[in-house]
Write a protein that binds this ligand. Structure first.
Ligand code: MTE
Ligand code: MO
Length: 439
């Protein structure tokens, strides 16, 4: 039997781990080559192979000049963020990460999502200062040069807007890409000075229970953060994936609160005041408080809870015929590490455990993968993540019962839009089309 046929035979006989063709996660390791062989299923004659190696124009002469700062291939120009306010009108600007067009576990800096309530300030790093004052023994002011002399740390961390995935509060599934639905979360390696190091130096007055952090952009976005978080893993981030923090992400410095709601991660950070109680600032008492169906305010919901979604396949990426596919996506939790991700291909009737890409970092993206033998019939793909604290994603029905959805519950000014972390579903049709569904 030739190797291709053997590979195909092997794939066909692999036992299913769950309904609708999901295979055991270890099949990727044990049968990877067989799977690939069976998917691609083409072989080349020696003559065609030789032509392939010599004929292309780019192989015949010198290439172009290497740029000082690298740019993506010109063939990848469609891999861009989508902008909600491309003319920069005086309102919030959103830029969404194209999760269906990137891969791996951290987000390239040019693709990191952005929310800027009044555009990106053009800050001169030599003039920028960070002030720490309030309930401290000794108020301190730091230039960028001064901060650079403190001990630094690097860590992976996701940042997620509390409003990410808000379209899923709509009563009918909105047809859009993973970028449009879930694009307000990204993950980077951040490097900077732990806030605890600076607070130690300033000397914390025992009355201090909160910090109020303020940005240097025109709205001076300010949020109150419990002192315990400030002393735990909060960081003054100076570098993002090895280069200076991007202008849109807070250049020259931002507050990083690993695992906590995006808007508390104050960008263009210029001031930290230690206080006895929260500041009840404009953004935290208005924009980031909302009324629940039971009439109570949903406020100070710091943590981004455990969540996952499938990026490949996903809407906009059509499937090309039955056979082997790898289902892959990202999972993360503000509580710590991802413990487990389960994947279903039959709308949640049966599940199998996905493989997690090592290393699994705390409060960072973890990519999961599950091998799938698609028989060409209708399927509904879902992922459900568990974190090391034991929490898991609710179903959409459970989440909506607690928080409401956008059409119903009065008052109409209080539509839910924050902290959607329920299981998301993609349907696959026999023609290969992938759609967003509620299952
Ligand atoms: N100073 C300031 N900080 C800010 C914002 C802002 O507009 N101004 N936007 C906030 C919001 S709503 C979110 S979700 C995160 C987004 O971080 P990113 O733009 O780096 O992805 O930054 C937060 N920090
Ligand atoms: Mo946000």
């Amino acid at each position: 039997m030739n190797p291709m046929d053997r590979a195909r035979r092997e794939l066909e006989t692999l036992p299913a781990a769950a309904g609708n063709g999901l295979l055991h996660r270890r099949a990727l390791l044990r049968h990877g080559a067989a799977l690939a062989g069976a998917v691609l299923g083409y072989s080349v004659t020696p003559l065609a192979f030789a032509q392939q190696l010599t004929e292309d124009s780019w192989s015949r002469g010198p290439g172009t000049v290497v740029p000082e700062a690298g740019l993506r291939s010109r063939f990848e120009r469609d891999v861009v963020r989508t902008l909600s306010n491309p003319k920069g009108e005086p309102r919030t600007q959103h830029a969404r990460t194209p999760h269906h067009l990137v891969n791996g576990t951290f987000t390239p800096n040019s693709m990191h999502f952005v929310i800027s309530h009044a555009g990106d300030p053009d800050i001169d790093p030599d003039q920028h200062r960070l002030l720490i004052h309030g309930l401290v023994k000794q108020p301190l002011v730091f230039s960028l040069d001064a901060l650079a002399r403190y001990p630094m740390v690097s860590r992976m961390a996701f940042v997620e807007c509390g409003g990410n995935s808000a379209p899923l509060f709509s009563p009918q599934p909105i047809q859009a890409t993973a970028q449009a639905l879930h694009g307000l979360v990204s993950c980077s390696e951040w490097t900077g000075v732990l806030l605890s190091t600076l607070l130690d130096e300033a000397g914390i007055d025992p009355r201090a229970k909160w910090i109020v952090a303020e940005g240097g952009d025109a709205p001076h976005l300010s949020r109150s953060v419990p002192l315990s978080k400030a002393l735990d893993d909060a960081m003054i981030a100076l570098y993002q994936n090895g280069e200076r923090v991007m202008p849109s992400n807070g250049y020259p410095m931002r507050l990083l609160l690993p695992g906590w709601e995006g808007n508390m991660n104050i960008k263009w950070l210029r001031r930290i005041q230690l206080t006895e109680s929260p500041g009840m600032t404009f953004y935290e008492s208005r924009t980031y408080s909302q009324v629940l169906p039971n009439g109570k305010a949903y406020q100070f919901y710091f943590l981004q809870e455990v969540k996952s979604f499938i990026t490949h396949p996903s809407p906009g990426l059509a499937m090309k015929g039955p056979g082997f596919y790898e289902i892959s996506g990202i999972a993360y939790s503000g509580n710590g590490r991802i413990a487990k991700v389960m994947v279903s291909a039959d709308g949640g009737k049966t599940w199998t455990q996905a493989a997690l890409q090592e290393p699994v970092h705390s409060k960072a993206f973890t990519r999961f993968r599950a091998p799938w033998r698609w028989d060409g019939g209708p399927a509904v793909l879902q992922s459900r993540a568990w974190d090391e604290a034991g929490f898991s994603q609710p179903t959409r029905a459970q989440l909506v019962a607690a928080r409401g959805q956008t059409d119903g519950v009065p008052p109409v000014t209080a539509f839910p839009s924050q902290h959607y972390n329920a299981i998301a579903s993609w349907s696959v049709a026999p023609n290969g089309e992938v759609k967003h569904v509620y299952a």
